[in-house]
Design a protein around this ligand. Structure first.
Ligand code: 6PG
Length: 237
């Protein structure tokens, strides 16, 4: 795991946005449509805002970028708790995407059950190639997306594990969610973890020490690289 550090959370968000622009521009130069899985949480929000305000935003043709979400809260479309609202309020106000390439997880008012919605998303993701970048904010307990430590029902990693599953009784509210799973994250080229603030220092130390009881954040590894983007406080400095 490579560690990239910046002094502050704001600088970290800009550094992640820089990296994302770099990868997307290179993929497009090679004739590919980059595929990025977004994260919720405050780091996800900060990165999307940094991207929306980035002076080199025009380096990437956003109409040729595919977006997925790493997880979503099971609330109605447009609800203040939706993770996709973070993109609605930042990046989507600045650049135009092709709606056919923006794959939001179904909301709770789409007429599907939670399990049906997760299965629909799993089918969609299974039909795509490997994800280029999975962005994952790290929770203070070491969770990523809606994969929580100690939850064997969520931390499945078998060949038959669907790419997305329903989450019930999430320890972080709201209790019902949809999440990508470990196999699809491990099949991705890049897994980028992000952590900012002193409250993340203990969990970051555990991730870096390869604690024998692995945390979800330590289990998601990209095929090409796994990067931990952390500010000084999260590194305990
Ligand atoms: C969510 C997120 C979740 C989040 C982490 C880190 O639905 O809340 O997807 O996995 O990314 O909890 O959040 P912070 O960056 O706010 O600490």
């Amino acid at each position: 795991m490579r560690v990239v550090t910046e002094a502050t959370k704001a600088e970290l968000a800009v550094a992640i946005a820089d990296g994302l622009l770099e990868v997307c521009a290179a993929k497009q130069a090679a004739g590919a449509i980059p595929c990025v899985a977004l994260t919720g949480g405050s780091m996800g929000a900060a990165m999307l805002q940094a991207l929306a305000e980035h002076p080199e935003l025009g380096r990437v043709d956003w109409a040729r970028v595919r977006l997925l979400w790493g997880d979503e809260r099971w609330v109605p479309a447009g609800h203040a708790e939706r993770n996709d609202l973070l993109a609605d309020e930042s990046l989507f106000t600045t650049v135009r995407f092709d709606p056919a390439l923006v794959h939001r997880m179904p909301p709770s008012d789409a007429g599907l059950s939670l399990e049906e919605a997760a299965a629909e998303y799993a089918r969609l993701v299974a039909g795509l190639g490997p994800i280029d970048i999975v962005l994952n904010g790290v929770g203070p307990d070491g969770h990523i997306a809606s994969l929580f430590p100690g939850r064997d029902d969520l931390l499945r990693d078998e060949p038959e594990t669907p790419a997305a599953i329903a989450v019930r009784d999430s320890p972080k509210p709201p209790p019902e969610r949809i999440t990508l799973t470990l196999p699809v994250m491990r099949a991705a080229d890049r897994v980028w973890l992000s952590a900012a603030g002193g409250e993340k220092a203990p969990v970051v130390a555990r991730i870096l020490s390869q604690d024998p009881a692995p945390l979800p954040a330590a289990l998601a590894r990209g095929r090409e690289e796994t990067v931990l983007w952390a500010d000084s406080a999260a590194l305990g400095r």
